[in-house]
Every structure is written in structure tokens, then in C-alpha cells.
Design a protein around this ligand. Structure first.
Ligand code: DX5
Ligand code: ZN
Length: 221
């Protein structure tokens, strides 16, 4: 799944929604690999963002991989809607999936890449049984819910722990890190084994623009 040394996944959570298509195009032109879409339901996390309609709009704006992060209760109910809207990666939280093995199978059956993720307070042992089947393992480095938070360094040993497990059982899987990624933190996550990097504010709120935001991250890798 990965043929580049690293992947940049700008999160549109900090984009200007009055011109979303334009913002996505700018990110694409600046070298973005994926577009990260943060779906929040106001239950699993204390914020409400976007759903399949927005994924479908992004699908019309770009051919890049749509990296959809589902921060919602009962994600199984909506997998088909997101797949139909054009999602490529569907990442679900272990805290919301009591039957994670079945959820992973359902995602793959829809033709999507199966991502698994965990909150900062959740231990790696909870996702370990499902790492073999995962295409993508997303390590949250902030509490899910909002962009613009500070990177939690506790994520770093989790990334290396996951890297070591995947090396044994599933070396093809990609480790992605999400939350507080900026020019000061990205290299630490890379050094522990992360290869896909989500960033919202560091890219879309960069005063020098989206391109400068992406470049400021890439130059640290
Ligand atoms: C947080 C989301 C992140 C968020 C990252 O719940 O999952 O993807 O948009 O925002 P930054 O990069 O600003 O920390
Ligand atoms: Zn996210």
C-alpha cells in the first residue's frame, strides 16, 4: 500500500469550508498524498463535523485517497454510506467497535482499506488482536474532537510498540499519527515508525499558506 517513504494527509477540519474544493486542490498541488476527513458525531467526541455528503463532495474535488477517520458511535451502521460516498480508507476506533474483527471484514468487503485507531488513553494491547488484519493503524496524539491541540508525547512509545508488533505479523500495514503534528513534532513520530502524517492546523492555518504548511512538514522528514 505504501510506495513512498512517507505520506502527508491534510485534515480538512481546519480548511476554509466556504471554498473546500479549492483548499483540497491547493493541498494536492502542494504534494498532499491523502485527504483526511474527520467525522464526528457529538457522542463519541464532543464535537459535530461532517458526514458522507462532505466525503462525496471531496470525492468530486480530487482523485487522492480519501482518508476517513470515523469518530462516531456504531460506525458499522455507516460504513456502506461512507464507502459509497467515495472513502478509500475507513478508520474506526477500538473504543466504538465491540466486534472489531467483524468491522474490519465489513470495511474490506466494501473495497476500502481497514484502519484501526485508539484514543491516547487506550493501551496498545486492546488493538493488538486486530493488527494482523489492519491496513492502517492510526495513533491519536491528541484527544479526538478538535484540531489545534498540543501533541501528546505519550503517543511516541505507542508508535514504536505498534511498529515492533507489525514488523512481526503485518509489515505492510502503515502507521499513521494524528493530532498536534507540526514541524516540531513530525520528526519524532517518524523516528518511532509513523509513515503517514495527519495535520490540520499546521497546513490549513499556516499564515504563509497551504503549500508552505505542507513544505514545512516535509522538510523535517
Ligand atoms: C482530532 C482529529 C485530527 C485533527 C488534527 O480529533 O482526528 O485529525 O484534525 O488537527 P491538528 O493537526 O490541528 O492537531
Ligand atoms: Zn483525524
Amino acid at each position: 500500500m505504501i510506495d513512498k517513504p512517507f505520506l502527508i494527509s491534510p485534515s480538512i477540519l481546519s480548511a476554509d469550508f466556504t471554498r473546500l474544493g479549492n483548499q483540497i486542490k491547493r493541498a494536492e498541488d502542494a504534494g498532499a498524498d491523502w485527504i483526511h476527513i474527520d467525522v464526528m458525531d457529538g457522542h463519541f467526541v464532543p464535537n459535530i463535523t461532517m458526514g458522507p455528503f462532505v466525503v462525496e463532495a471531496c470525492r468530486r474535488a480530487t482523485d487522492l485517497t480519501l482518508d476517513v477517520h470515523l469518530m462516531i458511535e456504531n460506525p458499522e451502521r455507516y460504513l456502506e454510506d461512507f464507502a459509497r460516498a467515495g472513502a478509500d480508507n475507513l478508520t474506526v476506533h477500538i473504543e466504538t467497535c465491540p466486534e472489531m474483527g467483524k468491522t474490519q471484514d465489513a470495511i474490506k468487503k466494501l473495497g476500502c482499506q481497514a484502519g484501526i485507531t485508539l484514543k491516547p488513553g487506550t493501551g496498545v494491547e486492546l488493538i493488538e488482536p486486530y493488527l494482523k488484519k489492519a491496513d492502517l493503524v492510526l495513533v491519536m496524539s491528541v484527544e479526538p474532537g478538535f484540531s489545534g491541540q498540543t501533541f501528546l508525547p505519550e503517543a511516541l512509545p505507542k508508535i514504536s510498540q505498534i511498529r515492533d508488533i507489525l514488523a512481526q505479523i503485518n509489515p505492510e500495514a502503515i502507521i499513521e499519527v494524528d493530532g498536534g503534528i507540526n514541524p516540531d513534532t513530525i520528526r519524532q513520530a517518524y523516528d518511532q515508525g509513523a509513515r503517514a502524517f495527519v495535520a490540520a492546523s499546521a497546513i490549513f492555518k499556516n499564515p504563509a499558506g497551504i503549500k508552505a504548511g505542507i513544505q514545512s512538514l516535509v522538510e523535517k522528514l
